[in-house]
Structure formats: C-alpha cells, structure tokens
Design a protein around this ligand. Structure first.
Ligand code: MIC
Ligand code: SF4
Length: 647
C-alpha cells in the first residue's frame, strides 16, 4: 500500500538525482521560475554570463513589483533591462503595476503538482494551490532557467493536521501566526510543511496562500496544501480549469512530525516587534494605541482580503489619529475592487491607496513616526524594516488591521458591532493579461537595454590555500538578510554592487566609528580575509543574494555561525564564501570582532567534515576551534572555484 505524502509525490515526480532520505543532497527538476525586479536584474545578468540563449523551463516569468518608487533613474533602468532581457531569453514579463509576483503567479500561472523556483523567499505562496514552490537566490533561479536541476536536502516533512473551521473574525493569518508560535522562526531548516485533514476544505485558495506565504518565516523550504475541489473551483474562476490536477497524501501517509491545529479554537493573533514568531493574542493587546495601519503585501492582499476590509469600512471613517494605506496585491484585485464599488467604500473611509506592489513591506515609503505602533498585514517585522529605527511593527490579519484603523487601537471587530461578512471567492475573476508581455518565439535579435546603472555581477577569486582572517563583525541570534543588506531607500542600488556594498550591516554602524564596509575593505587591502561571525539562525528572511555578493565584494571569505538558514547558505556557496558552523556552540562566546582567525591548508580542510581554525585574540593569546563543514561534494567544488560564475 502506498503511503506517500503530497510532498513526497511531487518530489518523486521531479527527482533527478539523490536518495529520498531526509538530509540527503538531492536535485529536482524545476517546471516554472519567477523573478522579481530587486533580485531579478542579478539573476538575468548571471543568466547572460552563463551564455544561455533561451530559458529551458515550461514557464519563466519576470515580475516588476518591488522597486517602483522611481526616485532617480535606477529603478526604471532596471525595468527596461528586465523587459528586454525577458524578450531575448523567452521569459514572460509582468509590467510594473500588474501586481506582486506571488499574488499574480497564484492567479495566472500556478499549477498543482508542479515545481516553481523563485528568486524571492515568499515563493512558497504557490503552495496554496498545491505547488512545490521554493524560494532561492538569483543564481539558483538562473541555473533553473538554464534547465539545471535545483539542489537541496531531501526534506523532513512536518504534517499540520487541520480540523474544525475558523470562527468569525479569525483569519488564515491567525493560522500561520499560531504555527509560528509553535515552531518559531528557528530550527526548521531542511523541513517542508504539508497541510492535511478535514479543515483544509474549509479554506479558500487565497487563504491557503496566506498560510504558505508566511510559512517562509518558519525557515522551512516550502509549505504545500493538497489540490482539491476548492483548488479546482479557484482555477476555473481564473479561466484555468484545465490547469487543475488533484493532489493529496495517501490515507496512511507518514510525517516526520504531526502538529494538530483545530481551526475552531484559534483567536485573532499578532506577531509583535520585532520577530514574526513573537506572538500575542489581540485580546492581550486590546487598548494599545495604533498610529498607522497598512493592508497589503503578498501575504494579505487578495480580492477576498480587501473585500473583507471594504465590508468592515463601509459607512465608517478611520480614526483621526491613524493613517490607513492599502496596496492591492494585483491589478486583477484592484480592477475587481473598482468594479464592485469596494474601492469607493475604502476611499470614502479615508484610506490612502497605494499602487499594486510591495511598497511599504520592503521599506519603500510609509515609514512610521518615531515611537508609534504600526499595524501591518505583512509577513516580516524585522527591526528597522519599515525604514524607521526602533520601529514597533505588529503583523496581523486584514480583519484585525481594519478594526484597528477604525478604533485607533487594538481591539476586537465585535467591539465595532459589525456583523461578520461572509466573503466567498467569486465564481469568475476578471481576466486581463494585457500587462503581461509574451516573449517572441525567437528572441535572438532583441536588443538588451543596459543603462549605466546596471553593472555586472562581480567575480570572486578561487578559495585561497590558507585563511588569514579577521572577524569583521560579530552578530547576535536571528541576523536577517535585511540586517546584512538593508533594502528600503538602498533598494535602488541592487544592480550596482560597488554602491550597494557601502551599506552592508549599516544598522550596526556606531556613530563616529568605521562602517562594516570600511573595516572589511581595510582587512582586504591589508591582504587578509574578512570573516563574519553569526549566532543562531544566521541569514534568515529575504532570499537576496546581495547578502552574499556584497560581503564577497568586500573580501569576506568565510561565515561562521551556530546555524545558517537554507537560502543564505546556498547563496554564500554560489559566491564562493565558506559557510561553517560551530561544533561546540560555546566557542561563539570566546571570539570577538577584531580577533584573527587562521586555517592552514584551507582548500584541503574544507574537503573534511570538520575544519580546525586557530583564533588569536587581540591580547595575543590563541586557541583552536572546531568548525563543521555541512556541504555536498558539488558545494565544495563551487567554493574551491570561487563561486558559480568562476565554475
Ligand atoms: C522580502 O520580502 O524581504 C523581499 C524583498 O521580497 C525579498 C527579496 C529581496 O530582497 O529582493 C525576499 O523575500 O526574498
Ligand atoms: Fe514584496 Fe513584501 Fe512580499 Fe517581499 S514580503 S515579496 S517585499 S510584498
């Protein structure tokens, strides 16, 4: 009797190499890819550097959704490059204004049972429609576009058994916040999450997508829902009934761990500052004053979410001390809100309408005032991500956000005396793909537009024979890639590495002291190698490979931590930086910024399971530390070569 999980079934249909044993290196075939502009320019520059004439996937889509402020020419230069390189390489181009990649991909392209690799950590949104949708660095996505399989560890599968159904005012967001309170953002590397049980059928596809989207915050490789009648109805309503196929686990499928969640017992929750797993109930926060509410992002900007918000705002005004901004997830959502009259309701209530894109979620505008609470339907509240130092960002459902906008404080929707509106997905979504540009059958004659702000991906040097290193920075637990490479106002330099590298670890620069970039450059110019010391869960969050490229550009050769998150570890390898973890975690406490660290015979040493490094303190004393090498044979070869492009 077969007893496979839905995840195992997708994997089995896509395995190219490796044994299906958790932790084993395997490679899988990728059916679809997506890129967004902020990571996409590098991905396509890398694709060009690999001399790939045309993508080899079933479908590749290039979205423009992140960098749309056009404050200076850089953003539009990127868009022109992306549009022309898409036409040249056989990639569908989704124009700025068409919406956030994950929302649009779900609406127009996602297919149950297929694999999707995206250069954005929230690619797992596609799991809501039964895809194995995985986030990766731009280089891995470029390789997938070139037809190469994706390398990863065969996953452990966490089964989440859903029973019951959500009570009024409890949302899909509360399901994933509950799961974050159980699993936390740490320690889930190498796992995938699969939802099963009778509660699944009570959730619509956009609700499922909210859950799989924010599953990224767990640090798992992806999250997958079954594909059932609900999925079929959603695809039919998108005019894509033929894209449906069923997917579910066998009755006696075995999971590595099962977490039961009774949807009926959940209550509205919030992720409190400054981590997505710092969960409290809205009841606990009730009465706390709120200064700003923003509803949008790839987590919560579907037609269902914004129709719910409109139903709550109808005939009401937002509180005078609160600003409310709304960013619809896609042009389809915005047009349907306009046609249904909901947009007028939202405007009448006093909301500020933002364009269909990431906007404030990536610190592009709408930074909150100092010492005020900002309530957002987003998925990340890392320190400073809003663009305000010391920010207090709370992540909630659209229902909770709308209630806060009206009340001016956290509170229950019941308090407003609103009758719970039952919002169902429409039988037919409005379909208009005119902002999606199909590539010509033969793109060889297309001129690729490369304005002066588009640089080339920098090359690393092969791994040196010996490491003569210095610790350029020592960071704490959960250092995110936002900490390493801030976005917001710096996002426009994504295609210009020398410029962007100036702000590596900017948040940690003390006034009057040299920045990370200056310290790293001094180490490099002295002929030594930069080393970064992280703690637990180093590199969580965004897939931005700039968090590897820019340190590499500044001469960093090694990252040592207690644990390194999956996408970031892969990005380090791709750019020739050695990722190592402490064999004895206590050694972290013994090492400080400015200490020297040396490994003789480094090229041979990384072929072993453990590397011995000698740390020399600034007082001249020294000791040895053992560092684990958790890399596949191919990873080691890439690092020896000095990264993928050299290879
Ligand atoms: C994010 O949510 O952090 C981003 C911005 O979408 C990133 C991608 C990027 O940094 O460009 C992500 O999630 O991978
Ligand atoms: Fe865009 Fe925010 Fe989603 Fe990242 S998390 S893709 S910045 S909306």
């Amino acid at each position: 009797m077969a007893k496979n999980t839905a995840i195992q079934k997708i994997l089995a249909a896509h395995m190219v190499s490796g044994d299906a044993v958790p932790g084993n290196p395997v490679s899988i075939r990728i059916d679809q890819t997506l890129t967004q502009d902020a990571t996409g320019t590098m991905a396509y520059l890398e694709l060009e550097a690999m001399k790939v004439p045309k993508v080899a996937t079933e479908l590749s889509v290039s979205y423009v959704d992140h960098n749309m402020m056009q404050n200076g020419p850089e953003n539009r230069n990127d868009h022109l490059y992306l549009q022309s390189v898409a036409a040249s390489k056989g990639v569908v181009f989704s124009r700025p204004g068409n919406g956030i990649c994950h929302q649009v991909h779900l609406e127009r392209f996602g297919k149950p049972g297929k694999t999707l690799l995206g250069s954005d950590s929230h690619t797992p949104t596609g799991g809501g429609i039964g895809m194995m949708a995985i986030g990766a660095g731009g280089m891995d996505v470029a390789l997938a576009m070139a037809g190469k399989p994706f390398r990863m560890a065969y996953p452990k599968i966490i089964g989440v058994e859903l029973t019951g159904s959500l009570s009024p005012w409890v949302a899909a967001k509360d399901v994933i916040l509950k799961l974050l309170s159980i699993l936390s953002t740490k320690g889930n590397v190498g796992c995938m999450v699969e939802f099963f049980g009778p509660g699944v059928a009570t959730l619509s596809v956009p609700q499922r997508a909210t859950i799989t989207n924010m599953g990224a915050e767990l640090g798992v490789t992806c999250s997958v829902f079954p594909s059932d009648e609900v999925t079929k109805k959603f695809l039919e309503a998108q005019g894509r009934g033929d894209d449906w196929s069923p997917l579910c686990a066998d009755a006696d499928a075995e999971y590595d761990r099962v977490i039961p969640i009774d949807l009926s017992t959940l209550e509205p929750l919030a992720a409190c500052p400054s981590s997505p797993d710092n969960i409290k109930s809205i009841a606990e926060l009730s009465g706390m004053k709120v200064g700003q509410v923003i509803i949008g992002s790839c987590t919560n900007s579907s037609f269902r979410d914004l129709s719910m918000v409109a139903a709550m705002l109808k005939g009401r005004q937002i509180h005078p001390d609160v600003t409310l901004a709304i960013a619809p997830g896609s042009r389809q959502v915005l047009k349907m809100l306009a046609d249904s009259g909901d947009l007028a309701v939202i405007i009448a209530a006093g909301a500020r309408i933002l364009e269909c894109g990431c906007g404030p979620c990536i610190g592009q505008g709408q930074s909150p005032a100092n010492d005020t609470v900002t309530v957002r339907t987003f998925n990340r509240n890392f320190p400073g991500r809003t663009g305000t130092k010391g920010d207090q960002a709370y992540l909630v459902s659209p229902e909770t956000a709308a209630a806060a906008a009206i009340l001016g404080e956290f509170g229950s929707a019941e308090k407003l005396g609103i009758e719970f509106p039952q919002i169902n997905d429409p039988d037919a979504f409005q379909i208009d793909d005119t902002m999606m540009i199909q590539p010509p059958a033969d793109g060889t004659g297309v001129e690729i537009i490369r304005k002066p702000t588009i640089g080339n991906p920098p090359l690393n040097t092969p791994l040196p024979d010996a490491l003569d290193g210095e610790i350029v920075i020592k960071t704490q637990d959960k250092t995110s890639t936002d900490d390493i490479m801030p976005a917001g106002v710096h996002l426009k330099h994504r295609s210009n590495i020398p410029e962007y590298a100036k702000v590596v670890f900017e948040r940690f620069t003390e006034p009057g002291k040299p920045s990370f970039a200056q310290r790293a450059a001094a180490v490099r110019d002295a002929g030594r190698h930069g080393v970064i010391l992280g703690r637990d869960s180093y590199g969580q969050g965004s897939s931005r490979e700039h968090a590897a490229i820019c340190p590499m550009y500044l001469g960093v050769k090694m990252v040592i931590a207690m644990a390194i998150e999956r996408i970031h570890a892969a990005n380090l390898v791709n750019f020739g930086i050695v990722p190592l973890t402490f064999v004895n975690k206590e050694d972290y406490d013994k090492i400080d910024q400015g200490d020297r660290i040396a490994v003789a015979g480094l090229r041979d040493a990384i072929m072993e399971d453990v590397v011995t490094a000698t740390v020399t303190k600034q007082d001249g004393t020294s000791f040895d530390v053992q560092l684990a090498v958790k890399l596949s044979a191919e990873d080691r070869a890439i690092i020896l070569a000095g990264g993928r492009l050299n290879m």
